[in-house]
Design a protein around this ligand. Structure first.
Ligand code: NAP
Length: 350
């Protein structure tokens, strides 16, 4: 069987109007591909207007389809004729969640099932690239305790998240596990998984609903003015994440899971980078001591369990497989963060 993707065939990108997917769509169009992008509502200009701008500038063709992750059969029309399926759509939020089952788990898990069932029904599907996350690899930084290394690799799985504790991470873990199960049950398409860390960098839209955008906005707009918790993250540039999806789609030999992290930083280390680039941001001035977080955390959405297993614990990843298998090269975190703030300013979001 010829397992290379025919570049002339359309490519399905689910959740095309999202923060990461918009960059994937842009790069695919720049390369002259035809993209079938799914959105929940074509009429929602606030979410889709930036896609029309990309479309008019770049070479390829973008056709939008309406599809909801929770509706069986919604992806059948969009996937027709596609050999490559890039499944990014899934809710990405940490705060304000009232019903984690309904808001996170169902769209992630049922959504993955629905997209992959559509891939099974579509006779041309050859490869699925799934946007998973590093949070399908670890639940809390404390998970590293007891391992014989101080960094996470693709061999690790998140076994500590659940509906009550880190439900977003739980949703990504269940969705990725389901994808691997469904891939094993058939032989028509293979699966390549992208596991990005915390994605930063300029957005192509003015949307602030991705937690990536709301996080950086809050860090610089005074929300943490009185202090930031000592939380550590593995960061990666949104443009690198988009490129990785395309490399994963078109490299026939690409296989398995791929951690995408350029490097790890604490919140105050991020603040130091931003301070050297800008002098007009309302940045946190210090780290909130852990004992104080135990007192105030529960009123600010941080449970004691979360504080105990996350605050003050370094987080490291091995990104070597992404370099070897996909040929990834990483943008420096300084450039990523500086570009992100520049975009927020030019979009008048600060
Ligand atoms: P985003 O901008 O919020 O994108 C989420 C996308 O999912 C949106 O396009 C949204 O559609 C779609 N979606 C949500 N619920 C849906 C539903 N019920 N039916 C159809 N579509 C639905 O966030 P993002 O950062 O780009 O995230 C994209 C993917 O990357 C997600 O799978 C996320 O878990 C993963 N990821 C993100 C990061 C990060 O730091 N950003 C890190 C690792 C992994 P609408 O446009 O209609 O709202």
């Amino acid at each position: 069987m010829d397992d290379s993707i025919n570049p002339k065939k359309p490519i399905l990108v689910t959740g095309a109007s999202g923060y990461i997917a918009s960059w994937i769509v842009k790069y695919l169009l720049e390369k002259g591909h035809t993209v079938h992008g799914t959105v929940r509502s074509k009429k929602d200009e606030r979410k889709t207007a930036h896609l029309s701008k990309i479309q008019s500038k770049d070479g390829g063709k973008l056709k939008l389809f309406e599809a909801d992750l929770l509706n069986q059969g919604d992806f059948d029309e969009a996937i027709k004729g596609c050999e490559l399926v890039i499944h990014t759509a899934s809710p990405f939020k940490f705060q304000g969640i009232k019903d984690p089952q309904k808001e996170l788990i169902d769209p992630a898990l049922i959504g993955t099932r629905n997209v992959l069932e559509a891939a099974n029904r579509n006779k041309s599907t050859k490869r699925v690239v799934l946007t998973s996350s590093v949070v399908a690899i670890f639940g809390d930084p404390a998970d590293i305790k007891g391992k014989d290394r101080d960094y996470f690799t693709e061999s690790d799985w998140n076994t500590t998240s659940n509906l009550k504790h880190q439900p977003y991470s739980f949703s990504k873990t269940l969705a990725e596990q389901e994808a691997w199960k469904m891939q094993e049950k058939q032989s028509q398409w293979d699966l390549v998984v992208i596991n990005p860390g915390f994605v930063m960098g300029p957005s192509l839209s003015k949307r602030i609903d991705s937690a990536s955008v709301s996080f950086i906005k809050a860090l610089v707009d005074g929300t943490y003015k009185s202090g930031a918790p000592e939380l550590h993250f593995g960061f990666v540039d949104v443009r690198d994440v988009a490129k990785a999806h395309i490399l994963a789609g078109f490299k026939p030999e690409a296989t398995g899971r791929h951690i995408l992290v350029a490097g790890s930083k604490s919140m105050m280390e991020v603040v130091d980078i931003l301070k050297s680039g800008y002098n007009d941001l309302k940045l946190p001035s210090s780290t909130v001591p852990k004992f104080l977080l135990y007192l105030i955390g529960p009123f600010n959405g941080f449970s004691w369990k979360y504080i105990n297993r996350n605050v003050g614990i370094p987080l490291k990843f091995d990104n070597s497989y992404s370099k070897k298998d996909l040929g990834m090269e990483y943008t420096g975190i300084e450039e990523t963060l500086t570009d992100h703030v520049a975009q927020l300013k030019s979009a008048q979001l600060l």
